[in-house]
Write a protein of this length. Structure first.
Length: 291
């Protein structure tokens, strides 16, 4: 059976239209106007489950595609993990990857992550770092400025691909109807990975962070364009959007001062609209489509 190249993962704009998206440049230009777009509805869950590995996307959706992802993990552990490091408890690795998948888009907490395993925290941290080297998981640092004194300094962790995460968790698109919390987590990771893949095709440079203060006010994705501009993207699985959904973005604007470009709440509804003060509610499909 063939393998899935760990570093070749397609963005949605490559899958859908075969060309780069203008979403990130539009975020920094503050160019979102009022417009309508058809909802993705169940199609959004299907995109999350499908992921971006080309070899998996060649398979029919459902069990065959999920099996492709699981075979990839098994082959990777048996070959690359053995090559990269001396792993005493090889059976721990698939369980650790599955644990990260279940908690994707959560704050990285080594104690909680290590709790189910009968190995030391240092060992789990070493294993997690190895998974990062294999591009299976990522840590996203917190964004901060001199104006912030109450930020949460823990990084967030994201799976490297939502298709892989869904296969490990054992969830399919219809299954999200029964677990909206899991949908919210995977949608946040889905958006993060899409932004990251798109940014790799732009001149940039772009850097990605998250923001969360000790009161629980947060912004899912903070993007810096060089050292001059800052923008925020908040992800919402539910609809509609309310002014309160911009609380974190407005805090980010205050902290960033004159560097703030715009704040965007992504959600799956038909209307793109401005909320004042460089804040916008935008359909999630605008990530990869020109609306």
């Amino acid at each position: 059976m063939g393998e899935l190249p760990a570093r070749v993962i397609l963005s949605q704009c490559e899958i859908v239209q075969g060309e780069p998206s203008d979403f990130i440049p539009t975020v920094f230009a503050g160019g979102f106007g009022t417009r309508r777009a058809e909802r993705l509805a169940g199609g959004l869950a299907e995109r999350i489950v499908a992921g971006g590995y080309p070899a998996a996307l060649e398979r029919l959706a459902g069990r065959r595609r999920a099996t492709r992802y699981l075979d990839f993990i098994e082959n990777l552990i048996q070959r690359d993990v053995r090559d990269l490091a001396s792993i005493r408890s090889l059976e721990t690795m698939p369980r650790l990857i599955a644990a990260v998948a279940t908690h994707t888009a959560s704050l990285f907490n080594l104690a909680s992550l290590a709790a189910p395993f009968h190995v030391s925290r240092n060992t789990i941290h070493a294993y997690f770092t190895l998974l990062e080297r294999l591009f299976l998981v990522e840590r996203v640092s917190p964004w901060h400025s001199n104006r912030l004194s109450r930020i949460v300094k823990s990084p967030k962790m994201h799976m490297g691909d939502t298709g892989l995460a869904c296969a490990l968790i054992g969830v399919d698109a219809p299954g999200f109807a029964a677990d909206r919390t899991l949908l919210g987590q995977l949608l946040e990771t889905f958006v993060y990975q899409e932004l990251l893949r798109q940014a790799s095709c732009l001149e940039g440079p772009y850097s990605f962070f998250h923001y969360r203060d000790r009161d629980g006010v947060e912004v899912d994705h903070v993007i810096e364009q060089g050292t001059s501009l800052v923008a925020g993207v908040e992800v919402k699985a539910a609809a509609p959007v309310h002014p309160a959904d911009f609380r974190g973005l407005r805090n980010l604007k205050v902290a960033a001062g004159g560097r703030f470009a715009s704040g965007v709440v992504l959600y799956d509804v038909e209307i793109s609209a401005g909320f004042g003060d460089s804040m916008y509610a935008v359909p999630v499909r605008a990530l990869w489509e020109t609306l």
